[in-house]
Design a protein around this ligand. Structure first.
Ligand code: NAD
Ligand code: TYD
Length: 339
């Protein structure tokens, strides 16, 4: 079996965390290095099942710390880099955009430079469909890999900037890269500031659910495990230099999502509270995943099976999310919503 050294950045967060667990289980011959700064969004308790495994390693480090990253790459001799680490919440990018530029743009450039100097074999940059901007409510239009980048929030602008740097390192230096742009993820270990886990945790606590504007904005929901299999496929089979969109044709209005959760848990729709709309709130996201499907990817979850699994997971793992919403999160929530 071929041994590989795989550096996963942001592996203490939601998607990176699920990906690390997936890779540690699926590839016992790969050494998985989880590099994470452990910001408010990072948490290692999620890895208690794998932390004793021989092929799992943790490194607390800032991707924007050039010296530390270069020292690590020199010693590490990594084969692959899968780059998740980022500031990821749109609302936080509206109140505090600076750190998004530092982590998402500068941090990505530091990693690219190290990857180039130490000649890694594949750099997968995990991006988002939000770099394409927004779609109208016309259900026949979708983002393809050719859609021009027109980001609207400081978050998506910082992600688009990092995408362009990744592209430039391929075009200029021949760094072997792929970019994936996926739709909204959901599933286990999703931080409860994002719509789905926020709604589940608040419904379970019989608290009001803040819905921005009229609740008619549309997102295309992708179960995090389907995202993990997509990245695995792109890492091993993706054509160097190519961008792949990841999405599962699961478009729902925010109100539909919130009502599904309330009804599944048998609570009252009176918990819904319409609040002032998000600034620059993108109307609709929807992905055309044909290119990735042609590479061999197929999602296993529909929105119905995925949301049922996710709600059950939050019911079974109250300890994990209750500990998160009891801390600093309370101040954040108060400032963001005054609910
Ligand atoms: P997350 O916020 O849950 O996790 C981000 C992780 O990055 C955290 O563990 C955090 O500690 C770490 N981190 C932040 N700054 C760092 C730094 N300077 N150095 C090292 N580590 C740092 O995010 P997520 O939802 O898991 O998203 C992961 C990636 O996927 C991001 O790049 C995001 O843009 C992208 N993405 C997310 C979604 C989604 O729906 N959540 C959709 C599309 C794309
Ligand atoms: P979010 O989970 O923050 O993801 P993104 O902004 O990256 O799509 O939000 C998903 C949708 O839910 C988005 O249209 C904004 C809306 N939303 C609310 O209505 N209320 C909330 O409290 C949050 C966090 C989001």
């Amino acid at each position: 079996m071929i041994k590989k050294k795989v550096l996963v950045t942001g592996g203490a967060g939601f998607i990176g965390g699920n990906f690390v667990q997936y890779m540690v289980g699926k590839y016992p011959n790969y050494d998985i290095y989880n590099l994470d700064l452990l910001t408010y969004a990072g948490d290692l308790t999620k890895h208690k099942e794998i932390e004793q495994k021989e092929n799992y390693h943790f490194l607390k480090m800032d991707i924007a710390d050039r010296e530390a990253i270069f020292t690590l790459f020199e010693k590490g001799k990594f084969d692959y880099v899968i780059h998740f680490a980022a500031e990821s919440h749109v609302d936080r990018s509206i109140t505090n955009p600076g750190v998004f530029v530092k982590t998402n743009v500068l941090g990505t450039q530091v990693l690219l430079e190290a990857a180039k100097q130490f000649e890694i074999s594949k750099f997968v940059h995990v991006s988002t469909d939000e770099v394409y901007g927004e779609l109208e409510f016309d259900p026949t239009t979708f983002f393809t890999e050719e859609t021009p980048l027109q980001p609207n929030s400081p978050y998506s602008a910082s992600k688009a900037s990092s995408d362009l740097l990744v592209r430039a390192y391929y075009e200029t230096f021949g760094l072997p890269i792929n970019i994936t742009r996926c739709s909204n993820n959901y599933g286990p270990f999703h931080f409860p500031e994002k719509l789905i886990p926020l709604t589940i945790s608040r419904v379970l606590n019989e608290q009001k659910i803040p819905v921005y504007g009229d609740g008619k904005n549309i997102r295309d929901w992708l179960h995090v495990m389907d995202h993990c299999t997509a990245i695995d496929l792109v890492l091993h089979e993706g054509l160097v230099g190519e961008v792949y969109n990841v999405g599962g044709h699961n478009e729902r209005t925010n109100l539909e999502v919130v009502k599904t959760i309330i009804n599944t848990l048998g609570k009252s729709e009176e918990l819904i509270e319409f609040v002032t709309d998000r600034l620059g709130h993108d109307k609709r996201y929807a992905i055309d995943p044909t290119k990735l499907e042609n590479l061999g990817w197929k999602p296993t979850y529909t929105f119905e099976t995925g949301i049922a699994q996710t709600i059950q997971w939050y019911l079974n793992n109250k300890e994990w999310w209750a500990q998160i919403i009891s801390g600093e999160y309370q101040n954040y929530f108060q400032k963001q919503y005054s609910l």
